[in-house]
Design a protein around this ligand. Structure first.
Ligand SMILES: *Cc1c(COP(=O)(O)O)cnc(C)c1O
Length: 420
């Protein structure tokens, strides 16, 4: 499949007159449409709800849109809970899936009456002391070993820091019941960025069987299964996008085979997708500042890994479109770089692209999840603005760009430095 930017060069140049590069821009239409289809795909389950994984793209304007589409939020830290509270989320609209959790975070989650997703057996006593045990609570499951779909290994839970062992799940539920908990959810996140279409159905079947086992061994009411995040997106042109209706039907089939005939009979499905919701509907727009020819040909842009860390951190592929040259042949091979003093600050290595000139605008695609969110200030680089392309075609700034004042703000306790 060919991959395209959701704005043209003309649109981008018009936006640049008001908002200088680099910036991330998101598509309202893309995000609303993907949520509506997700809800349709799981509409067979009455209690279904998506809790957007806030960490993937923590922008209140975008999360407000998701709230309008009836999503909850999945938070993992104090400030993410603050964001949720300020947007008016409360109670069962908030999932709190944290690990190595500070006491204040648990207290805050309990104050909001969020659904707490416990990562560890030892957190039971810790939560009891810091906020108290609620009537409904979720436990994070780690089956150990390897996670396979068909004959392919997809994840390595045995090597993951998350969740409780099968034995701890049983002991945990028994202990929590004694402390007053009445209804239980189970959660697992066993593989990430899965475009394999049977990932969710396979995970669901495993969690449904675990629900049946836990119900049998403890007598506890299992009220929901949380499939967490992990549905992937087609970063590469040759990747197949996830067919959410196939996935929804696959989970339904496992549900009908495992839950319906069991003593549990029915439970709610919950998801905490992040990447799938915003990933493809955001992109980083950057301008070419320099060209450098040494042992290789380099394109130097005004963005860097501080704006989009995934290529530097994971060697992740992000497709690059030279705006206005969408239909030109890729006759050149470039490394596309940012300006950090780090040789891994490359958005692309040996990428075949059309001939690039200084001043060209590049769209680095699929930056909508774990993009801006993973930004940082290394080398004194400032975080960019975030913009929203609205369904009516207008553009709204949904976060301003940082200024040097923001960078120096944490010295405001002293007069060691004066920034005008
Ligand atoms: C990161 C995360 C998610 C979202 O993952 P995606 O890959 O963005 O879908 C969901 N749940 C938990 C607990 C997470 O840590």
């Amino acid at each position: 499949m060919s991959k395209n930017a959701f704005i043209t060069k003309e649109q981008a140049e018009a936006i640049c007159k008001e908002y200088p590069t680099p910036f991330h821009i998101y598509s309202e239409d893309g995000i609303r449409t993907v949520i509506r289809n997700l809800k349709k795909a799981f509409s067979w389950n009455k209690g279904y709800r998506e809790y957007f994984a806030v960490k993937a793209c923590p922008n209140p304007f975008l999360i407000k849109m998701m709230q309008e589409e009836d999503c909850g939020v999945d938070c993992s830290s104090y400030t993410e809970l603050m964001l949720a509270e300020s947007l008016g989320f409360s109670g069962k609209e908030i999932m709190f899936s944290s690990n190595a959790t500070p006491a204040e975070d648990f207290k805050y989650a309990r104050k909001l009456d969020a659904i707490v997703n416990l990562d560890d057996f030892s957190h039971i006593d810790f939560l009891a002391e810091n906020g108290g045990i609620p009537e409904e609570i979720c436990l994070r499951y780690n089956p150990g070993g390897f996670f396979s779909v068909g004959n392919s290994i997809m994840g390595n839970p045995g090597d993951a820091k998350y969740g409780m062992t099968p034995e701890q799940m049983v002991e945990g539920i028994k202990k929590l019941m004694k402390m007053g908990a009445k209804r239980f959810g189970i959660h697992a996140f066993l593989a990430s960025n899965m475009i394999e279409k049977d990932y969710y159905p396979t995970l669901a079947a495993q969690l449904f069987r675990e629900a049946v086992r836990l119900n049998k061994e403890t007598g506890a009411e299992i009220s929901f299964v949380n499939l967490s995040g992990g549905i992937g997106i087609p970063y590469k042109p040759e990747d197949e996008p996830a067919d959410i209706f196939y996935i929804g039907a696959g989970v339904e089939k496992a549900y009908n085979e495992i839950i319906v005939p069991s003593p549990i009979k029915s439970l709610d499905i919950k998801t905490e997708l992040g990447r799938y919701i915003t990933g493809p509907y955001g992109m980083l727009i950057t301008r070419v500042l320099h060209q450098k020819n040494t042992f290789k040909q380099y394109i130097g842009t005004d963005a860097c890994a501080a704006n989009l860390m995934r290529p530097a951190m994971y060697g992740a592929y992000h497709h690059i479109v030279v705006l206005g040259k969408e239909n030109e042949p890729c006759t050149k091979t470039y490394d596309v770089t940012g300006g950090l003093c780090e040789n891994n600050d490359k958005f692309a290595i040996d990428r075949n692209l059309p001939e690039i000139e200084i001043g060209d605008l590049l769209a680095i695609l699929d930056s909508g999840a774990h993009g801006y969110a993973m930004g940082y200030n290394y080398n004194g680089k400032l975080r960019s603005a975030e913009l929203l392309l609205k369904t009516d075609g207008s553009v709204q700034m949904i976060r301003r760009a940082e200024t040097p004042k923001d960078y120096f703000a944490t010295f405001d306790f002293s007069d060691i430095i004066k920034v005008k």
